[in-house]
Write a protein that binds this ligand. Structure first.
Ligand code: ZN
Ligand code: ZN
Length: 161
């Protein structure tokens, strides 16, 4: 999972995927490169851990692009204050907008905020014109904001929710 922040507009989003610990499927966080709204694609496997294609996918969306991310200090348990980012949404803010059979190719999905089709991207897919990922990376390897093309920063601090 990677989190990025645009110094310019100032969009913040998280992107990337992970397999569920019980091998029941996987979750991919996607971002719309047109409007910056985060989506979440959850795949539930139908037949156990040997087939990651057959099952059900559910698509969730957040109501708006995130343009504020709070920096908080908290105790790390050893008396030291560490900096952390706090996302301004709750688990209950995710809105379910679609259920599909099997795994869905990303380019078949529609953004439920701006209605763009084929603009939802994961961290690895699709590659950009230089064969690099994420898609919002230029030929010099620098990351730019998919919405305003401003400089994108990786958020290195711990993300809490
Ligand atoms: Zn931006
Ligand atoms: Zn969009």
């Amino acid at each position: 999972m990677e989190a990025y922040f645009c110094e310019n507009c100032p969009l913040a989003f998280e992107i990337g995927g992970y397999l569920h610990w019980d091998l029941s499927g996987g979750t991919d966080l996607l971002v719309c490169t047109a409007c910056g709204v985060m989506h979440r694609l959850i795949f539930h496997e139908a037949r156990g851990c040997h087939d990651m294609q057959t099952g059900t996918s559910e698509l969730f969306v957040l109501p708006n692009p995130i343009r504020q991310i709070k920096t908080v200090s908290r105790d790390n348990g050893c008396g030291q204050q560490i900096k952390a980012y706090e996302w301004p949404y709750e688990e209950s803010d995710w809105i379910k907008v679609g259920v599909f059979e099997n795994r869905q190719p990303l380019d078949s999905l529609t953004c439920h905020h701006c209605q763009s089709q084929g603009k939802l991207v994961s961290h690895e897919k699709p590659e950009n014109e230089f064969g690099l990922w994420p898609v919002f990376k230029n030929e010099h390897g620098e990351l730019y904001c998919p919405v305003c093309r401003g400089l994108l920063e990786s958020l290195y601090f711990e993300i809490i929710n």
